[in-house]
Design a protein around this ligand. Sequence first.
Ligand SMILES: Nc1ncnc2c1ncn2[C@@H]1O[C@H](COP(=O)(O)OP(=O)(O)OP(=O)(O)O)[C@@H](O)[C@H]1O
Length: 301
Amino acid sequence: MNAIELSGVDKTFGKVRALADLTLDVRAGELTALLGPNGAGKTTAISLMLGLAQPTRGSVRVLGEDPRRDAVRTGIGSMPQESAIPQALTVREAVTLFARLYPAPLAVNKALELAQLGDVAGRRAGALSGGQARRLAFALAVVGNPQVLFLDEPTTGMDAGSRQAFWAAVDGLKAAGRTILLTTHYLEEAERTADRVVVMNAGSILADGTPESLRGDVLTSRVRFTSDLVLAELQALPGVEAVSVDSRGHADLQTRQPEEVLRALFARNVAFSELEVGRASLEDAFLSLTATPKPDDTIRA
Ligand SMILES: Nc1ncnc2c1ncn2[C@@H]1O[C@H](COP(=O)(O)OP(=O)(O)OP(=O)(O)O)[C@@H](O)[C@H]1O
């Protein structure tokens, strides 16, 4: 069953086409990471799924219904990028207030524990640090025990320890069958956590798959070394898809066939040092999908 269905969705703001014929189905129980550069349309897509805005064209369904209906809204939890929590409320009061909006909420203490807020439950929202405020936004998103969770750049501002505990809580929610859609700029986190990665650019989907398949679809390896070879010689190596070389002779090659590249270097007796061969990260895959080519430093072979 699909928990979220966007079909042929356009959203325009004046002349800006924030979403362009976007179709996206998310299965119940799936953890999907939505990636994309600034302005790709991620937040706009989420605001439609939350029923906060209407599509200009196309349809949006969450839990089988229009997300603006009350019955659906109580099945949805949201952690927006910026939340407007009354600053005079204590953490516990804010979480208790939100719990009352839902038919079958979690115990307030459970939500505080999931968001690691036990120690600051009596503190006013206005006195929280940036990372604690993000954790309060998470507690407010989960306290209603919703089927579907939207997390918009959830870990921005969290320190390493909070982040780790946050992802452990998300893993727990996933194990409990919740559908989770999140946006993040921390690609390594998406790589570790997500079942599925959807890359957006300019309002449409550029790539969609598991983190592994996405990496495999793009550039699987990077070969780096220092040598006297000039750009044209590096480009002529077999299997090289993109090359950059800096003024000190550090070359960075992208290839699906690193063995071929190394064989050619050895066969030509090239003197090279500082050799590194690595798998492309999701970040490499993401950048190569969304980057506008920079002709000054990277040349496609
Ligand atoms: N209310 C609005 N009025 C006018 N333009 C808007 C509005 N909301 C979004 N846009 C525009 O729509 C496009 C998509 O914006 P959106 O915030 O959805 O991107 P995003 O992928 O979430 O970016 P970021 O990573 O910066 O959060 C941008 O060009 C943005 O300027």
